[in-house]
Design a protein around this ligand. Structure first.
Ligand SMILES: Nc1ncnc2c1ncn2[C@@H]1O[C@H](COP(=O)(O)OP(=O)(O)OP(=O)(O)O)[C@@H](O)[C@H]1O
Ligand SMILES: [Mg+2]
Length: 430
């Protein structure tokens, strides 16, 4: 038993951990153990989340269809759900220790009404204009997401808005009371040779090492992490350290360029929580749909070489885009058989109908199979419980078959879970 990681690393070739009263053995040295342990936890989380969603959706299906044309299906699904072995929510005891509430401070002053005013600016690099004649205005309390495909110029725009890069034409004005925190996608604010403590002290030399360690713990740097140098940090650690540096002073405007890119789920959640409670103005570049939905109220979207403003979050925008695409007839593709738009829709409808039927049949046949296996299992168990009259040979055969059927039942339940989740997804698609 040791908490000295350097010691463990030098001496141990396998790790054993107590997880919820169970012993889990990891046949690795410490470094690899940490990686494997995280991967294992991550898998368990994904599995748990997947099952949870599936159960919720199935329950919803049951509620809606218990009285109606699909009563039989609803009843069958209810029986299946009762049988489903529920996964437990995986807990990470390490990370629970790190779930310290982060609080982003604005310092009380939220800034003037206008945070950024950029009328008719052009954005890009000399000889390479990315946007021309666009107007961006950002007001106090705005929560703006900047979205668009890779390489379209999101970072360039953000840099221009925060003053890291001059516009090619026009002027970007920022409110006088703006105290800006900028999180750079490239994390260029970090110095490779400094330790985490030195990084923090480079901005706040007034803080004692002990206070710095407490501060770093909020960003999940524990044990000897604060003494390690940036060079040896993972992407996630670098992101957390850059956030920690940015938040050393109260900021009333945060400009974050892909802040969640390297963060694991708990770190993302901590950041989301902190941003929920943040009262200042937010400008965020992200590809993370969940994060955007949670954090932003309007969007600037790079589209066809220009910038479009949308009120609403990312999901709203996606819905809007979908409805637009649906409203525009698909351009006719050159094909050997020319089909009219109505023929295309009819064919697509038929296709969907076929897929739906196939999935429904699959779900139903798995339900039937599960029920068949259960019947056989229960009769086997009755036989096993009965007086075997000294026929060990027969008893063995029965026990083998029981084990076999038990395994099969588990596999078929898993198949059913997968198939019915797929069916649900399909029915939800527009
Ligand atoms: N310093 C620079 N000089 C010239 N061109 C650059 C410079 N930095 C980036 N670019 C180019 O400008 C374009 C936009 O880059 P930018 O990094 O703003 O895109 P992005 O949308 O942030 O991409 P990503 O999604 O990958 O972060 C790219 O074609 C890029 O190659
Ligand atoms: Mg970028």
């Amino acid at each position: 038993m040791s908490h000295d990681r350097a010691f463990i690393q030098r001496t141990c070739r396998a790790m054993v951990e107590l997880e919820d009263g169970q012993i889990v053995r990891y046949p690795y040295g410490y470094d690899q153990y940490v990686v494997e342990r995280d991967a294992r936890l991550e898998r368990a989380r994904v599995e748990y989340q997947r099952q949870k969603e599936h159960v919720e959706k199935t329950e919803d299906f049951i509620r809606r269809n218990l009285a109606g044309q699909k009563t039989r299906q609803a009843q069958s699904r209810r029986r299946m759900l009762e049988k489903l072995e529920r996964l437990e929510r995986p807990e990470d005891n390490w990370q629970m220790a790190g779930r310290i509430a982060l609080n982003f401070q604005t310092g009380g002053d939220l800034g003037g009404k206008e945070i950024v005013r950029a009328p008719g600016i052009s954005v890009g690099y000399p000889g390479r204009a990315i946007l021309t004649e666009v107007t961006v205005n950002i007001f106090r309390g705005d929560r703006v997401g900047i979205v668009g495909p890779n390489g379209c110029g999101k970072s360039t725009l953000l840099k221009t808005l925060v003053g890291e890069l001059a516009p090619l034409a026009g002027v970007v004005e920022r409110g006088a009371a703006v105290r800006l925190g900028y999180f750079d996608q490239k994390l260029s604010s970090l110095c490779e040779d400094r330790t985490a403590i030195e990084e923090i002290q480079s901005m706040r030399s007034d803080l004692s090492p002990e206070v710095v360690r407490q501060y770093l713990a909020k960003f999940r740097f524990f044990g000897d992490d604060p003494f390690r140098t940036v060079r040896g940090f993972s992407g996630g650690e670098r992101s957390r350290l850059a956030l920690a540096k940015m938040l050393l002073f109260p900021r009333n405007v945060l400009a974050l360029d892909e802040p969640t890119n390297h963060l694991d789920i708990p770190a993302r959640e901590t950041l989301e929580h902190a941003l929920d409670g943040y009262e200042g103005t937010l400008i965020v570049v992200s590809h993370d749909r969940y994060f955007l939905d949670r954090v932003c109220q309007r969007l600037l979207v790079f589209e066809n070489g220009t910038l479009e403003a949308h009120l609403g979050n990312y999901s709203d925008w996606r819905e809007y885009r979908k409805s637009q695409v649906a409203a525009t007839p698909a351009p006719e593709k050159p094909s050997p058989v020319t089909q009219s738009p109505t023929e295309i829709t009819r064919a697509a409808k038929k296709d969907r109908e076929r897929t739906r039927r196939r999935l429904e049949r699959m779900v139903e046949s798995l339900e039937a199979e599960v029920s068949r296996i259960e019947t056989e299992l229960s009769s086997l168990r009755t036989q096993l419980a009965a007086d075997h009259g000294g026929d060990w040979h027969k008893l063995h055969a029965l026990a083998d078959r029981e084990r076999e059927l038990g395994d099969l039942l588990g596999r078929r339940m898993a198949d059913w879970e997968k198939a019915s989740a797929e069916l649900q997804r399909f029915l939800e698609e527009v």
